[in-house]
Design a protein around this ligand. Structure first.
Ligand code: HEC
Ligand code: HEC
Length: 166
């Protein structure tokens, strides 16, 4: 990835990250003109954040989230099904809040929905992390963002708040 592509990608991620995280910035003039404001339904944090962190919607394109929502019964070996009302609210939220992500849907293993950790930008950002680190007990897997990104729950993936645990 070229440097400018990285910058564009990070800008897109931050924008989408801010979609649900900064309700108090109503008068922010630095926002992009077509920026969509979407408020997360309570069920999203409660349900999609119960087994792992509620991953920021902007980290996958809309088509990838659709695959997730269509396959909740077989979600990486877990059953993540929801009642109909929550399912619809989360489905609609993920579609809208990810709409600025134009990246391709990452290739997934058979029977799995697409992973953030399989996107090219993710792998590029983490290419200096040795494979053994992901497998440390303190990390578990690359999907466990919070093991290293201490501000992840607040949508903060800034390098200042990264610390790889032993
Ligand atoms: C019952 C537990 C459970 C619930 C509820 C759940 N998930 Fe997951 N999810 C998992 C497991 C297990 C994995 C695989 C984690 C790993 O590989 O370390 C996963 C992985 C993911 C990944 C891929 C992470 C990566 O590697 O990039 C995404 C995206 C995801 N879940 C989204 C969701 C969304 C959206 C919801 C709510 C609709 C949800 N999850 C609810 C258990 C759950
Ligand atoms: C083993 C620790 C570890 C895990 C787990 C991890 N990361 Fe990272 N991440 C890093 C390190 C180290 C960097 C590079 C920081 C730097 O640029 O110096 C990084 C960089 C990033 C960046 C770019 C930050 C910037 O300011 O340039 C993003 C975005 C990011 N990670 C998101 C994620 C997400 C999302 C997850 C979970 C799906 C995740 N990371 C899991 C360690 C980790």
């Amino acid at each position: 990835m070229h440097h400018w592509q990285k910058i564009l990608m990070m800008a897109a991620l931050m924008l989408s990250g801010s979609l649900y995280a900064d309700d108090d910035h109503e008068g922010d003039h630095h926002r992009q003109p077509n920026h969509t404001r979407v408020k997360a339904p309570a069920a999203w944090q409660a349900e999609c954040g119960s087994c792992h962190m509620a991953y920021p919607p902007g980290m996958l394109p809309p088509a990838a989230w659709k695959k997730h929502m269509d396959t909740l019964r077989q979600h990486y070996g877990s059953n993540a099904t929801l009642d109909a009302a929550d399912e619809k609210a989360i489905r609609d939220f993920l579609q809208l809040a990810s709409s600025e992500n134009r990246q391709p849907v990452p290739t997934s293993k058979p029977g799995e929905p697409p992973r953030i950790t399989d996107t090219r930008w993710f792998q590029h950002q983490h290419d200096e992390i040795a494979p053994a680190i992901w497998k440390r007990k303190s990390v578990g897997s690359a999907a466990n963002c919070m093991a290293c990104h201490h501000g992840a729950a607040q949508g903060d993936f800034d390098e200042d708040s990264v610390r790889i645990p032993r």
